[in-house]
Ligand binder design. Structure first.
Ligand code: KMH
Ligand code: ZN
Length: 277
C-alpha cells in the first residue's frame, strides 16, 4: 500500500489579490469557510497567511488569532501551518510574533532570494533565530526550499543542531528567482534529500502558477506530498480562474485516487508528521 499523500491548501498567501482572483478568502470568516471546504475536499493542512480587511498582508497576532478561531470552529482537526514568511519587506521580528499562538506548524524559509522584482530576505542568522523560536513554542517547522542551495543550508543546520530530524520539506518551485518547475530540478532536490537527510523526512511540492498541476502529479507518482491553493496558482486551467481553493484540492484527490495514493485525513497527517491531536 502506498504512503498516504498529505494535501496542504495555501488558501490566501500574501501576493494574490482580489482583483486577480475574486474568490480569494481575505477576512477571517472567509478563511474559515475556505479552510472548511478545502478540508472537506481532502486537505489536511492549511497554510495560513492573514490579511487586513482591505486585503493588505498582515502578521498581526490578533488577526491570526481571529483566523485560527474561525478555522478551528469549523474544522477543529485540521493542521494549521502559520506562515513566518509573511509578505516581502516584513521584518523578521514581525514575522515571528504570531508564533506565540502556538500553531501546529510554521514555515521556515531557508534562504534569501530574488522573488520576482523584490528581494525576500532570510539571512542565516535570522533563519537560526526563527528556527529556535519555532521549536521553543513546540511548533513543527516546514522548510520552504526554493533552490538547491537552501536544501544544503538545511543539511548544515541539521549538523549544527539547529534543525531536528525528521524534517518536513516543501519544495516551492516556479518562483521567478528560485528554481523553476522543471522536473529535473525536483529530481535534483530529491537526490540531495536522499544523500543528506534522514530517509524518514517528508517532502512536498508546491508548484507556482502553471507548474502547480504537473508538479503535483510528479509528487503523487514519486511518493511525495502536495500543496495547492490560490496563494500559488489562481487558475484551474489555462486562462480559467479557479472557483475556489477546494476546487484545486478536489482535483488532487481525484488524481491521487487514479494513481493509487490514499489521501491522509487530518488525523492520519498528524500521526505521519508527529503532531499531537
Ligand atoms: N509571501 C512570500 C514572500 C511562507 O509562507 O513562509 C513568502 C511565503 C513563504 O509565502
Ligand atoms: Zn506562504
Amino acid at each position: 500500500m502506498s504512503e498516504p499523500v498529505i494535501i496542504t491548501c495555501a488558501i490566501t498567501g500574501a501576493e494574490t489579490t482580489r482583483d486577480k482572483q475574486p474568490h480569494l478568502p481575505i477576512t477571517p470568516k472567509e478563511q474559515g469557510i475556505a479552510a472548511q471546504q478545502a478540508v472537506r475536499a481532502g486537505a489536511a493542512v492549511i497554510h495560513l497567511h492573514v490579511r487586513e480587511d482591505d486585503g493588505t498582508p498582515s502578521q498581526r497576532p490578533e488577526r491570526f488569532k481571529e483566523a485560527i478561531g474561525e478555522i478551528r470552529a469549523r474544522v477543529p482537526e485540521v493542521i494549521i501551518q502559520m506562515s513566518t514568511g509573511g509578505a516581502i519587506g516584513e521584518t523578521i521580528e514581525n514575522r515571528a510574533r504570531p508564533l506565540t499562538l502556538k500553531p501546529d506548524m510554521a514555515t521556515l524559509n531557508m534562504g534569501t532570494m530574488n522573488f520576482g522584482d523584490e528581494v525576500f530576505y532570510n539571512r542565516l542568522r535570522d533563519i537560526e533565530r526563527l528556527a529556535a523560536r519555532i521549536y521553543e513554542h513546540g511548533v513543527v517547522p516546514e522548510l520552504e526550499i526554493y533552490d538547491a542551495g537552501m536544501l544544503e543550508t538545511a543539511a548544515r543546520l541539521v549538523k549544527k543542531g539547529v534543525l531536528k530530524e525528521p524534517l518536513f520539506m516543501q519544495f516551492v518551485l516556479g518562483v521567478p528567482g528560485g528554481m523553476s518547475g522543471d522536473l529535473r530540478n525536483l529530481m535534483h532536490l530529491l537526490d540531495l534529500r536522499l544523500s543528506h537527510f534522514d530517509p524518514a523526512s517528508h517532502w512536498a511540492v508546491a508548484g507556482i502558477g502553471r507548474h502547480e498541476l504537473p508538479l503535483a502529479v510528479q509528487a503523487l507518482t514519486l511518493g511525495g506530498h502536495v500543496r495547492v491553493g490560490l496563494e500559488d496558482n489562481i487558475y484551474f486551467t489555462k486562462g480559467v480562474l479557479a472557483k475556489s481553493n477546494a476546487q484545486l484540492v478536489e482535483r488532487i484527490v481525484r488524481l491521487a485516487d487514479e494513481l493509487g495514493r490514499p489521501v491522509a485525513s487530518c488525523k492520519e497527517a498528524r500521526k505521519l508528521i508527529g503532531i499531537s491531536s
